[in-house]
Design a protein around this ligand. Sequence first.
Ligand code: DCT
Ligand code: MG
Length: 392
Amino acid sequence: ISWFTESMRDGRPVTVESRHLIQATSPPLPQCPSPTPVAQVSQYACKRRTTTENHNKMFTDALEVLAESSEFCENEGPCLAFLRSVSVLKSLSFAVGSLKATQGLPCLGEHTKAVMEEILMFGRCFEVEKIQCDERYQALKLFTGVFGVGPKTAEKWYSRGLRSLREILTEPNIKLNKMQRAGFLYYRDISKAVSKAEAKALGRIIEETVHSIVPDAILDLTGGFRRGKEYGHDVDFLLTTPEMGKEKGLLLQGILLYCEHQDSTFDVTKMPSYRFEAMDHFQKCFMILRLAEDQVEGGLQRDLGDTRCWRGVRVDVVVPPVDRYAFTLIGWTGSRMFVRDLRRFARKERQMLFDNHALYDKTKKLFLRATTEEDVFAHLGLEYVEPWQRNA
Ligand code: DCT
Ligand code: MG
């Protein structure tokens, strides 16, 4: 996860009853959904229902390469345009078989359509293959895959002629920060996907640790696992206490391999003049935790030849005060595009400002209260979208 370092581009109700950990919301039994007519697909990801089932992977994989390549070239506009088309294609309940089938769909630009046409005709896209063979793209992808390394650092290393992780580690003039050193130290573990069983095990461990400090603390699994994903690159948790203020200084001890702790800079007295932004100000920990073999149901995922009985896993824990919990839960459940469009929808269609701390009605000049995610959707005049339908 490098988004908090450099490239800052950005359920269920949290009632007392549902405050039990690791209740990854699972989709209900498959029904036979009638496909949404193309003409009714919204331009806003928060008005679409997107499960983890992607019927258009061959297009979205290719378009994601183009998005990433644009990001590496600091072309924010094209990057976002590709990500928006990816998101629309992921929401479809059918596999696109011809360009005609995309008529009326929002967010699909000329470039996207040309790529799709080529894939439909030849099963591959020349431009994407060219990018994948490009030396700069390969190096930047490799470098940004290291925890703590964002596109700017990756570019700096590339422009100094460095091409491999070994070259970075042996170049005497390169000074790694604490986060990057941990990123290299646990590189193999962190670059391996985390399974749902491993995420659940971590939830139990963190809950136990937290409860030994504050018995009534509330922990929820968020991020991709809350959206029903089977694998993730990290595990994200939200932590709070029923009593306001008691969440301050709630620390995790004993199992940390690496921890980057950021204290809260959230100040409720500054709310009236406060700027709405993508990153929140709550206390948080970006960690690497040691997960032992016997803690995971069915055991750890292991590489051939790995004789260790543990692995390192990237874990984020964010600690908002309980009166901000619903906003933060939506933000940290994601997906990125879902939340990005929730903010855009609020701003453009409702004259409201929304982020991980608050929802503000500009017309009424009022901060709106919410204790559950449903409250937030209701304030925005949106149909509630379940976490497993937010994989936009
Ligand atoms: N998030 C966001 N904006 C970002 C990055 C993240 O709003 N720029 C939110 C959305 C998801 C949540 O934070 C957790 O982030 P990640 O762990 O990066 O995403 P994920 O969906 O959990 O993906 P993965 O399964 O790979 O961890
Ligand atoms: Mg995650």
